[in-house]
Design a binder for this molecule. Structure first.
Ligand code: T3D
Length: 257
């Protein structure tokens, strides 16, 4: 792989987008390699994924060198073939996915970050719904995720005005989980990913399943789903360990099963 770096640290698969000179903008190759890296992480039993970008940017969305005026391309086909499967793949991963937004995230780069479960950002990072600057529509899930995370008014403002917001603003609006000083971001993100990677993996998968379903469910349906998932979680080795650790006043040693 050249546009993506995959490293394993204990239970965590760290995936770094690696086109720093172009702020890690998406090419076909980067799409293919990122998709493959996520599959590899799951196949090799990683219990958490940490996604970040090399250099000063996180991801600047579609590489616009491949959208030059006069060139033939089909954006609907590209979204259906590359972007949408990527967002679905991340959402469907059973293990927690931590995103460390190390610099600017623009266009589908924002959607990529927001598809992850826990998003941390460097204090200097920015978020830009760049689409309207180009006459495009926010994509890769942006029009679904943004109103749910920050409300309709802010989502529409970001999409229509295409103004950059800072990491602090993203945090105060509820778009992301935490902001860290630039030089601390990766240490904080790695520690968080390791904590999740050493956690009750099967239980986390059920938590993700419950949240995924909640967007379309009524409260009644969600109550039923929670009861069903809890029944399974309560049969797990990790629940037994969690209770034993509590009663013995020690830290739990989860195996993920
Ligand atoms: O057809 C379809 O596939 C539809 C799907 C669309 C999905 C999308 O994501 S559409 C949105 C595409 N992205 C953008 O519109 C963002 C474009 N980039 C920017 O607006 C700015 O670069 C940033 C705000 C992200 C960062 O600005 P700044 O000043 O910090 O950096 P810069 O100087 O503009 O960029 C640094 C380099 O990265 C520069 O290359 P150079 O001149 O040094 O060789 C720049 O051209 C390159 N770069 C940044 N973004 C892209 C890019 N190259 C290609 N594509 C990019 N998206």
């Amino acid at each position: 792989m050249t546009t993506v770096i995959v490293e394993r640290a204990g239970t965590v698969a760290r995936i770094t987008l690696n086109r720093p000179d172009k702020l890690n903008a998406f090419t076909e190759e980067l799409h293919q390699e990122l998709f493959a890296a996520l599959g590899e992480a799951e196949a090799q039993g990683a219990r958490a994924v940490l996604l970040t970008g090399a250099g000063r940017g996180f991801c600047a969305g579609q590489d616009l060198n491949q959208r030059k005026p006069g060139e033939v391309f089909d954006s609907t086909a590209t979204l259906k073939r590359l972007y949408n499967p990527l967002i679905r793949r991340i959402r469907a991963l059973p293990m927690p996915v931590v995103c460390a937004v190390n610099g600017v995230a623009a266009g589908a780069g924002v959607s990529l970050a927001l598809a992850c479960d826990v998003v941390l950002a460097a204090r200097s990072a920015t978020f830009l719904q760049a689409f309207a600057r180009l006459g495009l529509v926010p994509d890769s899930g942006a029009t679904w995720m943004l109103p749910r995370l920050i409300g309709d008014a802010r989502a529409r403002g970001l999409a229509l005005l295409a103004e950059k917001i800072t990491a602090e603003q993203a945090l105060s609006w509820g778009l992301i989980w935490q902001v860290h000083d630039d030089d601390k971001l990766m240490a904080e993100a790695s520690a968080l990913a390791t904590r999740l990677g050493d956690g009750p993996t099967a239980g986390y998968a059920k938590i993700k399943q419950a949240f995924a379903a909640s967007a379309d469910n009524t409260l009644d349906q969600q109550l039923d789903l929670e009861a069903e998932l809890q029944g399974k979680a309560a049969q797990s080795a990790d629940f037994k360990e969690g209770v034993a650790a509590f009663l013995e006043k020690r830290g739990a040693r989860f195996t993920g099963r």
